[in-house]
Structure formats: structure tokens, C-alpha cells
Design a protein around this ligand. Sequence first.
Ligand code: PBG
Length: 331
Amino acid sequence: MNYPRTRPRRLRTTPAMRRMVAQHRLDASDLILPAFVREGISEPVAISSMPGVSQHTLDSLRKAAAEAVEAGVGSIMLFGVPEDAKKDAVGTPGTDPDGILQRGLRAVREEVGDDLVVMSDVCLDEVTDHGHCGVLDARGRVDNDATLPRYAEMAVVQADAGAHVLGPSGMMDGQIGVIRDALEAAGHHDVGVLAYSVKYASAFYGPFREAVNSSLKGDRRTYQQDPPNAREALRELELDLAEGADMVMVKPGMPYLDVLRSVADASPVPVAAYQISGEYAMVEAAAERGWLDRERAIEETLMSFRRAGADMVLTYWATEFAQRLRVAAGG
Ligand code: PBG
């Protein structure tokens, strides 16, 4: 007789069997919802390249945060969008205690207390008139060392406004160290840092530019990582750990799952993956055309991060997906 004694298909026969042997699971508490709060609007503004995602008013941001808590989402990551007229070369709205991001942080903390881990973006691109993540030198290049004190100041202002965790996303060398020092000096010993340790110069950030009304012309290739390079991810990881990162991130997600795996294997601290705006937009656009099954595609992309070793996932679908998990679990 010619038959296989070993049949992997036996473990795929029923939903209960597949559930039992599933090696990885998604948990709402590991999801982080990125959210945008915009100054000077009275109604939420839809982001056309990210169907279902809006720039929030302070009020609608509160509601979104409360909804996330209700769904069991673990965390929210805030980005502030100031009025264009307030942007300048050094990103003043980023260090103004009444800047929109700081007001958003205070509103969310007031709404949810400690029920969500409240995070915020430490970067200048949303608040500068040139749209770069750092300040520029006389020749128009992004000046690493002149940017660091701006980040230090932003970090303290955001911590003062109630952030539990800061997410420095600018890819300046030494940023984690100066932020850690500034937080300690200001007495914010318990405010953590989720370092965007590994962040590639990616085309998939496209829709985010609309989300934050970005003023950027050009690209970020002199500070974000070059897509061909995998090895330097480990170097960035090592540096951020030495500078005091509490958690680390790999970004974007799907185009860099190999990098995520190598970082997850090497990291002694929790690792997050950021499923970015372009990844979101691709699935939404294809689903809208009926080209793929939206719900299955969402779940499969989220599972890919888990399988590649992510402990946490930033995703614009966080609340929706958490609600879905809740329904699947029977309420
Ligand atoms: C920079 C920042 C960016 C994103 C998060 N933080 C944009 C960039 O680096 O160009 C992108 C997130 C997304 O695309 O969803 N502050």
C-alpha cells in the first residue's frame, strides 16, 4: 500500500481542531491604536487615503479613546496636527504646553485614566513648516545634534501632559539617550520610551502625510534606514537598548517581517511592529474593489506580525479588530 502515515491535514480538519493547535493568537491588549488629533476643527476630518480613519477633534478623540478601552485595546499612540500657521522651522507647537498634542494627551488621560497605555509621538515632522523630523542646518540638511535638545524638550512637555510612554520616531542618532536623561532630570522616572529603533525610509508612509497635513517636500533618506539593509537593524537595536529604551519597534510592518523576526530574536525588551498607513490603505482599497476579503486579510496581516515575533502591534484597525475578537469570544 502506498499511503502517507503522516498526514498534517489531520490537524486542520475542524475549526475546533485548528483553534486548539494554533501556535499564535491575537490579543486585544497587545494592540496599539494610532490616532490623530487636529487643531482648529469642529468636526472630525476624514483622511481620504485611509478610509475609516479621521483627524479627531479633542471631543472625538476622547470618544475614540473610550471606545478603545471598551473594546479591550491595550494602548493609544497620539499624533498632533497643529494649525499650519503655527508651524515653524523649529517646531514650536511641539514644545508648547498648549500645543495640540499636549492638549490631546490631557484630554485622553482625563477620559481613560490608566485604562489605556497612553503614548505619544516625539518627532518634529508634524510641527515644522519644512516637514522634516529634525531642525535644518544652514545648508538645509537635517541637523542631528541640533535636533536632540528639541526632542528632549518635547519629551518633558508630553510627559507633563500625561503620556505614559513616549515614541521617538525621528531616527536621530542619540535620541533615546537625551530623552531618557531629560525625563529623569524632570522627575518623570516612570515614563517609558518605546523606541522606533528600526524605521525604514518607506513609500508606504504615503497616506500618513495626508493624515498629519505634512509640509514635507523631498524624502527622509538621510535619516531613516535604507531598505536594502537588514543587518543595521541590530545595530540600531543595540544602541537604543544601551541608551535606555524600554521597548522597541520595527516599522513598517509587512515589507520588513524578516527584520522584525531578527529583532524579536535578539531583543531582551518587548518588540512592537507598526502596520503603517500604506499597509492599511492597500487592504482597504483592494477590499473596496472586492478584490480581497477585508476581514480575513486584516486578521492575516495582524497574525503575520505575531508570527514574526511581535509582542505588540500598532494598527489603525485596533478598535475594530478588538471588537471582533470580543464577539468571537462570545461577547
Ligand atoms: C514621523 C512618523 C511617520 C509615521 C509615524 N511617525 C511618518 C514618516 O516617518 O514619514 C508613519 C506612520 C504611518 O505611515 O502610518 N513622525
